[in-house]
Design a protein around this ligand. Sequence first.
Ligand code: PLP
Length: 442
Amino acid sequence: MSRVLHRSGAIPPVAVSGDGIYLHTADGRAVIDASGGAAVACLGHGNRRIAEAIGAQAAAMAYAHTGTFSNQPAEDLAEIILHDEPGGLTRAWFCSSGSEGNEAAIKLARQYFLEIGQPRRVRTIARRQSYHGTTLGALAAGGNMMRRAYYEPILSPAHSLVSPCFPYRFKQDGETDAQYLDRLIDELDREFQRVGPDTVTAFLAEPVVGATTGCVAALPGYFRRVREVCDRYGALLILDEVMCGMGRTGTMHAWEQEGVTPDIQVIAKGLGSGYQPIGGILIHDRIVKALANGSGGFLHGQTYQAHPVACAAALEVQRIIREDGLVENVARMGERLETALNDRFGNHRHVGDIRGRGLFWALEFVTDRATKSMFDPSVNFNQRVKAEAMARGLAAYPMGGTLDGKNGDHIILAPPYIVQAADIDTIVERLGDAVDAAVRGL
Ligand code: PLP
């Protein structure tokens, strides 16, 4: 009996403690947390330094309203992330989740255009099969068809969607990468024209699409050309790095590998490693100046924004990442993970694609590699792999609806940045056994 309303009907095992890459359950199992939940626990579990930073801040001063006070952890957190003004980003605004971060980004884009005298700009354009959050604004802006389905009638029409850059599924036979890119950019341009270029506030995209399609990076050059379209029409570029940011792909920001810089960047999961709920936006100086020269502030506040205890946790996480050179470890261990996955699954009859960056990798499952045909959704293949993995002491992050919100299965690995070579080998071995067992169980 549980009085908690769980995600699915079943009551999941109770996790009671963690150390490093392991979580321990109340019934005595040790499970490798090979995806940090949803690419969250980037420093693993049971880190004493972070726990002590949280305790010290809670004891010193747990809360002070941001309408009247600032707090030192928020100041220091913004400073550690932005002191070298990456890509011209100069200010941070902190909230408690990725959804709230995207809500703030969408609203800030709207306010920016009011500040600079372009009040007609109200719309965003994003991509199908990308997720920007579960709250109504972020859900309306995003293209996660599975999560939108029930709520479609209450989602704002101020947003529209174009195709994702997802070569494995959507590059046509006989089409070159360059032709595929031309087609996508042409579609984006036409969408600007359709809705009216002077009505668009921003294009919103995940540099590496996370849970919805499973670690799909765009083709080289895609984001540079997206940026050109945005610049041509005077729209902002919002990059949602909630899942792929803060070191996950082997650089601190995923956009560093794309040759573009965002006007607003959304961050969350790896920011606080799950030790506290925290998200935020990083804001380009151009927008900061427009606010300063206009109304003076951001007309968007939350009671728990820049929460001192959450910021203290994230500050300690960010210090550890820098002191221990962990983004470098992500890049190093990422190469090992890529090799290990290709060795184990490169010829697997039911793995159609192996893709990702850094410590952010996915397998996409198929019934036939040549035709890329998918399991019937009723088979729930990704959940079968999850169950077989759990039976072998491995927690990974599975999802269905890879293609369109209904069809397709994938599973994500996003191990902590502290992972070592032997851990990678164990993770891939257990996942291999789990996939084979799921196939046998069909
Ligand atoms: N944006 C992306 C890319 C995400 O992956 C997620 C969560 O998975 C969100 C936004 C929403 O974040 P949260 O669940 O913290 O509200």
